[in-house]
Design a protein. Structure first.
Length: 380
């Protein structure tokens, strides 16, 4: 089975510096270096498609552009690339969301994947008119996914739940294929929802031992539901011809972090209700020292960015080895990013993917194996 790689569309702006934002923190000023225009995001999407990434993830929240609208526009500039659209169930009715997904599938030729984000910050949710607490939001997500999945199967749905109610709901046209559902969450109730409803469980880039624990946890919950779940991981990457070059880039990024910005971002993230965010913060403790928390796993990104805060840093060979290490635990999908996203897509796509292809772990999803991205890797 070939590993699956996805890239990231920075709809909050891009830069040679880390663009912060997420989990209640605003995007940093660096996000204005490269505006998230359709033209620029389409450059990234086309590069990702050519290099062999299956899809691209888009974020959701007040700090970035709307994912549905942006990906719909960018899809017109690509041919086969899929879009892992992040959205929050509390902001749209389940019947409308099922219809939107169905329309997206037909208009793009089946290129939609859904990343369900329950929402870990109550103050941000309230800005959108959602006043449920965190556990209630997860219970609502479960009802939401139950309705949406039944509608996608062509069923007529009547449900009177704790938070959602629909009557005689049905779709005139069901999606073909049915979009796969991606989902992440580290709290106990998040695991329950994942086990019952999702196709791919996503974890942020924690050290392998912690990732192994999460996989075993969710896999066990899914087995009790009579289901199996695939696993993916969300990471940044800084990969170069040599380890020295990669770490030089990482240190350059770290040197660009303004101390006041780090302090402000860390204070904001400390208020987060997200268990996953708490685990990210614990990896670095707000300190600039000892940020390599596992060989080639660097926690520096999390000093100024909410959400995914770790990066694989090293030579192409080293990064490929770390990917193999995560894969051995049960990770089959990798959702990656790097600053700036256009250039880093090429560093990874031309440096790491050929090495994995040479070992039989990856093949280009859109082209014959004789394409440049799947040839035997060059030597540094």
């Amino acid at each position: 089975m070939s590993l699956t790689f996805h890239w990231f569309l920075p709809t909050n702006g891009d830069s040679r510096h880390v663009v912060g934002g997420g989990h209640g923190t605003p995007a940093t000023a660096f996000g204005r270096n490269r505006q998230p225009t359709v033209a620029y995001l389409s450059q990234i999407a086309r590069a990702a498609e050519d290099l062999g990434f299956v899809g691209v993830l888009t974020p959701t929240g007040a700090w970035c552009e709307d994912a549905w609208l942006t990906t719909a526009m960018v899809s017109r500039h690509t041919e086969r690339l899929k879009f892992l659209v992040a959205f929050r169930p509390g902001f749209v009715s389940p019947t409308l969301a099922a219809q939107m997904a169905s329309t997206f599938q037909r208009q793009t030729g089946g290129r939609l994947l859904l990343n369900v984000v329950t929402g870990g910050e109550s103050h941000e949710q309230r800005a959108y008119g959602d006043f449920l607490d965190k556990d209630a939001r997860y219970r609502r997500t479960g009802e939401f996914l139950q309705i949406v999945r039944d509608l996608w199967e062509g069923k007529t749905v009547d449900l009177s739940g704790e938070h959602l109610q629909v009557e005689d709901a049905r779709l005139a046209r069901v999606p073909d294929p049915v979009p796969e559902v991606y989902f992440g969450g580290s709290s106990p109730i998040a695991g329950e929802i994942a086990a019952r409803h999702v196709d791919v469980y996503l974890t942020w880039g924690e050290p392998p031992a912690q990732v192994a624990e999460k996989i075993a946890w969710v896999r066990g919950l899914a087995a009790k539901e009579g289901r199996t779940v695939r696993f993916g991981i969300r990471l940044h990457v800084i990969t170069r011809d040599t380890a020295e070059q990669a770490w030089t880039e990482a240190h350059k990024i770290l040197d660009g972090f303004d101390p006041d910005t780090v302090k402000s971002v860390q204070a904001g993230l400390a208020r987060s209700e997200s268990e996953g965010q708490r685990r990210m913060l614990a990896l670095h403790g707000g300190n600039r020292e000892d940020l390599e928390i596992h060989p080639n796993l660097w926690a520096g990104i999390g000093l100024v960015r909410g959400g995914a805060g770790t990066a694989l840093v090293g030579s192409h060979d080293e990064v490929a080895e770390r990917i193999k290490e995560y894969h051995a635990l049960g990770i089959d999908e990798f959702v990656l990013s790097g600053y700036p996203h256009l250039e880093e897509a090429y560093w990874f796509g031309e440096g790491v993917l050929p090495r994995l292809a040479a070992q039989g772990l990856w093949q280009h999803p859109f082209a014959p194996t004789s394409t440049p991205a799947a040839q035997v890797p060059f030597t540094s």
